[in-house]
Design a binder for this molecule. Structure first.
Ligand code: ATP
Length: 258
């Protein structure tokens, strides 16, 4: 498999705060890769930097062999690196169908857009039932489905998902991940998903990285990571909440399931 995304020594700061340092990462064509980490580990910073929303201080992002760091977010998106942001960020006062059309705003092929909307509705029949409803009235799970569908409308080569499980029940999380895997399989779209829910992400992805305090502290196949004692203890329901590097981690509480 050839390399689609190659990240080298990436570093991002917020004013005087280094949120991410020395990050190296690779996604091959058609692959699903996950980055796991606790609250505040730097996962959103990583995706926002890759998507061109934040400029890195240092390092390189190569996509299909060309450097994309420093490009505007809309140009990165046009090249097929498309982000499903944390918290979905759908347009609440537009209908479900209008939101999907917004995802296709760079496209000129009306027929292709219609075909892809039909595909999204096939993956997410609940969106079809609500196609003319304001997106703000959808449940949290349905909004996540819409955010994924909207990103697909931009014809991603790499779909980047920022914590798709956030705020969702275990059942809905499972459903969302099953559909993400289906989209990947049916369209050969590569996926980069950052998650706090390690169990579900390791079960679906090929390779995994673990991020703590802005640095990658482990990288391996998901199968190998799932078998490592320290990963199991820190990320798969063990009692070690100090992470692999022994640093104190704050875990996000999910009090609300929708
Ligand atoms: P979460 O799961 O809570 O989204 P995360 O792993 O995505 O966490 P980031 O949101 O990338 O982590 O945050 C990484 C670090 O950067 C944290 O210490 C955070 O407080 C800090 N940070 C994030 N955004 C900003 C900002 N706009 N200004 C200053 N510091 C920030």
């Amino acid at each position: 498999m050839s390399v689609l995304l190659e990240v080298r020594n990436l570093e991002t700061w917020y004013g005087p705060i280094a949120a991410m340092q020395g990050v190296n990462l690779e996604v091959k064509k058609g692959q699903m890769v996950t980055v796991l980490g606790a609250n505040g580990a730097g996962k959103t910073t990583l995706l926002n930097t890759l998507a061109g929303v934040i400029d890195p201080f240092k390092g390189q992002v190569c996509f299909e062999g060309a450097e994309v760091n420093g490009l505007d977010a809309d140009e990165v998106c046009r090249r097929g690196l498309i982000l499903v942001p944390e918290g979905r960020q759908i347009y609440p006062f537009l209908s479900v169908r209008e939101n999907l059309n917004m995802g296709a705003y760079t496209r000129k092929d009306a027929e292709g857009v219609r075909r892809d909307i039909a595909r999204v509705f096939e993956w997410f029949p609940r969106l079809l039932e609500r196609e003319n409803q304001h997106a703000g009235l959808l449940s949290g799970g349905e909004q996540q489905m819409l955010a994924i569908g909207r990103a697909f409308m931009g014809q991603p080569k790499l779909l980047m998902l920022d914590e798709p499980s956030l705020g969702l029940s275990p059942l809905l999380t499972k459903e969302i991940f099953t559909i993400i895997s289906r989209i990947r399989k049916e369209t050969q779209t590569a996926v980069l998903v950052v998650e706090q829910n390690a169990a579900i992400a390791l079960a679906h992805a090929d390779d995994g990285y673990i991020m703590e305090l802005g640095r990658i502290v482990a990288a391996d196949t998901c199968e190998a990571l799932s078998q490592k004692t320290d990963v199991r203890e820190a990320y798969l329901g063990g009692h070690n909440h100090q992470g692999l590097s022994g640093t104190s981690q704050r875990w996000k509480r999910r009090k609300t399931w929708r």
